[in-house]
Design a protein around this ligand. Structure first.
Ligand code: HEM
Length: 207
């Protein structure tokens, strides 16, 4: 096994900052929803709003980074080897079969992860941002939206929040399916991944 650089410093910063912000959004969001008491309702509202702005700022910076560094190719959904990947997660993994797809600088996510991430990036995050902004700027009574509009935004935002939680649970399980239980997490901390010789070097794709 050789080590090779998989995640740049910025990607690691982006990943862990986003994780911290999403955790904060979940904790404060569900406190606002009335599920438990942790920071106090008013503090939770303030924290939720400021972490939401930080989250949106980080999203803008990271989208620019992904575009300019060509790393956006990692997120383009593909059906190539999708069947093999599903078979791996449902059967192969328990027989200790080799991973059907190999990680590299421009292939960080397997086809199943690409589909799930695309759903998250295209559907869930924009939904949370749009409904969150509606929530933020709804000022009764001088508002173009009526109360029914606000209610739909709140319900959609809460459904989105449950989907984000579901994603995180699946994501956490997936982090344990690398070469060892902790290898994927270590790679996201150090930037380096262990891999077979043939996959360590890679040039930019033509895409
Ligand atoms: C991605 C993660 C996010 C999660 C998990 C999340 C979760 C939640 C939850 C569960 C609630 C309570 C909803 C209710 O009971 O009606 C809430 C409220 C709210 N969320 Fe989010 N949210 C997220 C992102 C955002 C974003 C990006 C924004 C802003 C653009 C935002 C703005 C708000 C606002 C303004 C409220 C109402 C709080 C208040 O009373 O001021 N949220 N959120």
């Amino acid at each position: 096994m050789q080590k090779f650089k998989l995640y740049t410093r910025f990607e690691r910063f982006w990943h862990w900052t986003q994780m911290a912000l999403v955790m904060l959004l979940i904790l404060t969001g569900f406190e606002i929803h009335g599920n438990f008491s942790l920071f106090g309702f008013e503090n939770s509202v303030r924290l939720h709003n400021s972490s939401a702005w930080a989250f949106m700022g980080l999203a803008v910076v990271s989208i620019l980074f992904m575009l300019f560094s060509h790393q956006y190719v990692n997120f383009i959904p593909t059906t190539k080897k999708l069947k093999e990947q599903i078979q791996y997660y449902t059967l192969g993994i328990f027989r200790k079969d080799p991973h059907p797809t190999k990680k590299s600088l421009y292939n960080k996510l397997n086809p199943l992860q690409r589909l799930i991430y695309a759903g998250l990036l295209i559907l869930i995050f924009p939904v949370q941002i749009i409904t969150g902004l509606v929530y933020m700027y709804y000022h009764y009574p001088q508002n173009p939206l009526d109360a029914a509009g606000l209610k739909s935004a709140a319900v959609t935002h809460t459904i989105g929040a449950f989907m984000v939680v579901a994603f995180i649970l699946v994501h956490m399980y997936m982090t344990t399916t690398g070469h060892s239980v902790s290898s994927n997490i270590k790679a996201m901390i150090t930037g380096f991944e262990k891999e077979e010789e043939e996959h360590k070097a890679e040039t930019k794709p033509n895409a």
